[in-house]
Structure formats: structure tokens, C-alpha cells
Ligand binder design. Structure first.
Ligand code: NAG
Ligand code: NAG
Ligand code: NAG
Ligand code: NAG
Ligand code: NAG
Ligand code: NAG
Ligand code: NAG
Length: 449
């Protein structure tokens, strides 16, 4: 073999590994860049390979992030029409359905939080809304599994502390059992709103009202629509952790836009508009950022991925409430440009980092969350021409079952059989926000009243 001179070798490398270039005015370019970034994201996933467990990302990723990633792939198909990952998604979702069909698989339940479960619930809800290909005929439909997730969480509503609300954790042995937070409560609210739009069943709208009123009463949703992370139930939710995460605001904005689309009410119009107004904190010079951790450069593994669901929820909100389009779209455009510009890391030059605000400079981090966030914000720019979400009576291909999941063995009924809990499990539970973990372990310094 011949050895190239160094400059020649470098030239050859650049020729084969061109950094990502996106032309945001060209749908073809957006599709092609999305495909490259999705392909890179799936380098981390081995669940569809021999010996792998479908739906599971390798350690150190937690179970929930596998669900989050599958959601990004459902969106990928929805936006681009590329079907190459559909079988992978269907296999993984059905594998993790669990015997109660509500994403409470025995391998995960001992440290599963409500928000962890809900990220899988969002997947089946999106699958129903986008008329994603159905699961095998001998398996419950996407929408019925979304209903089962709803049912399991609806009955976890807890009036012992704070006059209501969901606890963050499902089981009392987990860190954060007494914490009542926005990801868990906003998750249930989001799913209920979308189930209401899909099925027309008033019970889901009533659940939305219950959740919204409680979150507002406690202050998790402020009068000016900031969404704060959570509150300590042992203080009866009289004090708040004021940290704001993108995805919590996003799930509420999506829910409010869905409720507006069904009700056409000024109440939901104002809520959607207010939540969007308050989301300005998540942009710097028109580029999206995870403001609670990016400026300090200390986003943990979970937090590195939150801009993915935020982008997804923003795009979906424009679809349900088209008057938001001229407000949100310009920021998704500039954020996508900035995200793509820094996806030039690693030896492959298609590795994305966490921060998009550094003018095209890769921040040196990489992972599923970074790849997923860039993917979601870039492909979201195809939303304008994407098909409108369907409902049961308007093109839906998923048949509901309102009673699926009610025989679930979680809190309140027959306890699920669980493996003994180890210290590692306690520390490893679900979606952790660093601030909360520190707070729970090191006293209540994080609570700012
Ligand atoms: C939407 O479709 C129209 C007509 O096919 C096309 O001209 C336009 O570029 C598309 N826009 C996006 C953002 O995909
Ligand atoms: C549970 O874990 C075992 C052992 O790793 C694995 O064989 C099995 O497929 C897992 N089940 C699910 C639903 O993840
Ligand atoms: C706890 O908070 C709830 C809701 O704000 C309130 O209704 C209840 O009276 C409070 N309980 C105590 C013991 O203060
Ligand atoms: C509506 O939803 C509620 C709550 O899940 C359920 O009990 C009821 O059977 C549903 N109604 C119909 C008509 O499906
Ligand atoms: C929605 O409400 C607005 C004003 O409140 C009204 O002008 C409009 O006709 C309503 N649209 C529908 C579809 O009901
Ligand atoms: C949102 O911001 C706009 C522009 O500042 C303002 O006019 C509007 O009243 C705000 N809406 C809500 C509900 O906060
Ligand atoms: C709906 O779910 C319930 C509870 O799991 C089950 O008994 C029933 O057979 C299901 N109905 C249909 C039509 O699948």
C-alpha cells in the first residue's frame, strides 16, 4: 500500500468525511441531513442486534431514553417519509409493552418513575396521531396502550400530600417519591389532552382540567406561565424548585395547543400563547439552549437530550395551533441551523454536541441525547408540509380500548413482584435532574421560595 503525504491524507479525509452542511431552504437537504444524523444516533443502539434487548440503550443510558429515542424515530418517519427504522421502532415498542400493556416491564419497574413511563406513552400516542404503521395484529393498538398508560397514572393521583398531583416516582423506595414535579404531572396532562383530541372522550378532558388546576394552584405553572421543576411534598408543596427545563414547558405547550384545537376556547388560547411567551428563556440569540445547565456546561446525560422533546413539542404545537407558526417557526429555523453547524465533531465529522450557541463550534460532547436533539430540531423544519395529526374519526388507524391497563399491578392494587432494590438502583432511578438529586441527598438548599 502506498503512503500518502500528510497534506494528501488530510485532503482525502476531508473528501470522504465532509461535515454536515444543511440548506434550510431545501426540504431535500433537511431530509438528507436528518438521515445522516439519525444514522449516527443509531450507532449507539444495539437492541435490534443478536443478543440485544429491543428498546434498551446500553449503559449508562437509562430505560426512558430508549423510549425518547424511539419517539425521535417516529418523528423521523413522519417528517421525512423514510421507513427504514419503522420495523426497529415497532419491535422495540411491542417488546417493552409489558404484560399489563402500559410500559411497566418487570426489568424496569423497581426504579421506574412516572415521567420515564410517560416517554414511552408519548411514543404510542404519536404513533396513533401520525397513523404510524400498526403493531402486529395480535398486539394491542398504539392508542389503546396510550390509554393504558393514562389509566395507570390516573389512579396514582395522590391527595395525601399537596392536595393532589402525581408523585415523581411510582414506588416509595425510590429517591424522589415525595417530590411532585412538572415532568410527571405535565406528562399526564399532555397525554390526557392528546387522548381527548383523538377519542373525544370527556373523561380525558376532565383529567386535563384536574392536572392544570392543581399545577397552577401549587405554582408549578406560574401566573406568567413559567413551568418550574417541582415541589417537595413533605413541605406540602409550599416551596418550589424554580429550575426550568425545556421539555416540561414543551409538553404543556403542546397540550394547550391541542386543547385549543379541540375547544377553540380563549382560555386555552391564552395558555398556549402564555407558555410560548415564557419559553423565550430557552433561546439565546434565537438559538435554543437548555438554560438550566448549558451555560455552566454541566448538563447530565438525561439533560443532554431534553431539547429533542422540546423541539418535537414545539413543532406539534404549531400543527395544532397554526397561529403559533409565525412565532415558533423562525426560532426552529435558526436553532436547526445552529445545531447542524456544530454537528462537525468526532473523527466522522457528523457528531453533534450539547451546545448550539457557540457559532458552529462542537463542544466536545457526544451521545444519543446530542444526536437526538439535533435530529429533532432539524427535521421539525419539515412540519409545514407534514400531514395533519389524525384522530379516531378523522383518518385514525388505531382502535382504542379505554379499559386497557386498569388491572395494572402498581400502587393501590396487587403489587408487582420486584427484585430486591440495591443502592445502585436507588441512585440510578429514571430521569434525574442534577439539582434535584443534590437537593435530596444534601439537604434542601435548592429550594428557593
Ligand atoms: C412544502 O411543499 C411545497 C410544495 O411542494 C414546496 O415548494 C416547499 O418547499 C415545501 N416546504 C417545506 C418546508 O418542506
Ligand atoms: C429483561 O432483561 C433480561 C436480561 O437482560 C432480558 O433477557 C429480557 O429480554 C429483558 N426484557 C425486557 C422486556 O426488556
Ligand atoms: C396542603 O396543601 C393543600 C393544597 O394546597 C391544602 O389543601 C392542604 O390544606 C394543605 N395541608 C396542610 C396540612 O397544610
Ligand atoms: C372514557 O374514558 C373513561 C376513563 O378512561 C372510561 O371509563 C370510559 O369507559 C370511556 N368511555 C368510552 C365511551 O370509551
Ligand atoms: C373560534 O373562536 C373564534 C373567536 O372566539 C370565532 O371567531 C371562530 O369562528 C371560532 N371557530 C370555530 C371553528 O368555532
Ligand atoms: C404574549 O406576548 C405578547 C407580546 O409580548 C403579548 O402581547 C401577549 O399579551 C402575551 N400573551 C400572554 C398570554 O402572556
Ligand atoms: C380491552 O381491554 C380489556 C382489559 O385488558 C380486555 O379485557 C378487553 O378484551 C379489551 N377489548 C378489546 C376489544 O380488545
Amino acid at each position: 500500500m502506498r503512503f500518502l503525504s500528510l497534506p494528501a491524507a488530510l485532503a482525502a479525509m476531508t473528501a470522504t468525511t465532509a461535515a454536515i452542511q444543511v440548506d434550510m431552504t431545501s426540504p431535500d437537504s433537511i431530509r438528507s441531513v436528518s438521515k445522516t444524523i439519525a444514522g449516527k444516533m443509531l450507532e449507539w443502539y444495539t437492541g435490534n442486534q443478536p443478543g440485544g434487548t429491543p428498546g434498551i440503550l446500553p449503559q449508562p443510558y437509562y430505560w426512558w431514553e430508549g423510549g425518547e429515542m424511539l419517539g425521535a424515530l417516529i418523528d423521523y418517519w413522519y417528517y421525512t417519509g423514510d421507513t427504514q427504522y419503522n420495523d426497529l421502532v415497532i419491535q422495540a415498542l411491542v417488546f417493552q409493552y409489558s404484560p399489563t400493556y402500559d410500559f411497566m416491564p418487570a426489568n424496569q419497574t423497581k426504579n421506574e418513575g412516572n415521567d420515564d413511563q410517560m416517554f414511552w406513552g408519548f411514543d404510542v400516542m404519536s404513533a396513533a396521531e401520525y397513523a404510524f404503521p400498526n403493531p402486529p395484529a395480535d398486539q394491542p393498538s398504539w392508542i389503546s396502550v396510550a390509554q393504558a398508560v393514562f389509566n395507570s397514572q390516573y389512579y396514582r393521583w395522590d391527595t395525601e400530600l399537596c392536595g393532589g398531583g402525581l408523585r415523581w416516582q411510582i414506588f416509595q423506595w425510590n429517591q424522589g417519591y415525595n417530590y411532585k414535579n412538572s415532568p410527571a404531572n405535565g406528562g399526564l396532562l399532555n397525554l390526557a389532552a392528546r387522548l381527548y383530541a383523538y377519542t373525544g372522550n370527556q373523561s380525558y378532558a376532565d383529567s386535563v382540567t384536574r392536572s392544570w388546576n392543581w399545577m397552577s394552584d401549587i405554582g408549578l405553572i406560574s401566573p406568567t406561565y413559567q413551568v418550574f421543576d417541582g415541589s417537595d411534598g413533605l413541605l406540602n408543596c409550599t416551596q418550589l424548585d424554580h429550575v426550568q427545563w425545556t421539555y416540561s414547558a414543551g409538553m404543556l405547550l403542546n397540550a394547550a395547543s391541542v386543547m385549543w384545537s379541540v375547544t377553540n376556547s380563549t382560555v386555552w388560547y391564552d395558555r398556549a400563547q402564555g407558555l410560548w411567551n415564557a419559553s423565550s428563556v430557552f433561546f439565546k440569540d434565537k438559538v435554543m439552549l437548555e438554560v438550566a445547565c448549558e451555560p455552566q456546561g454541566n448538563c447530565n446525560l438525561d439533560q443532554q437530550s431534553f431539547k429533542a422533546p422540546f423541539s418535537r413539542f414545539l413543532a406539534a404545537s404549531m400543527k395544532f395551533a397554526p397561529w403559533l407558526y409565525p412565532q415558533i417557526q423562525p426560532l426552529l429555523y435558526t436553532s436547526a441551523q445552529a445545531a447542524a453547524a456544530q454537528c462537525n465533531g468526532g473523527s466522522d465529522k457528523i457528531t453533534c454536541g450539547t451546545k448550539w450557541t457557540d457559532n458552529g463550534v462542537w463542544d466536545g460532547t457526544s451521545g444519543v441525547g446530542q444526536q437526538m436533539s439535533a435530529l429533532e430540531v432539524i427535521q421539525a423544519n419539515l412540519i409545514q408540509n407534514a400531514t395533519a395529526p389524525v384522530a379516531h374519526d378523522t383518518g385514525g388507524i388505531s382502535q382504542g380500548n379505554a379499559s386497557l391497563g386498569t388491572g395494572d399491578g402498581d400502587v393501590g392494587s396487587n403489587p408487582v413482584v420486584l427484585a430486591p432494590v440495591t443502592t445502585g438502583d436507588r441512585a440510578g432511578a429514571g430521569i434525574l435532574t442534577a439539582v434535584v438529586l443534590l437537593g435530596l441527598l444534601g439537604g434542601a438548599w435548592w429550594i428557593v421560595s
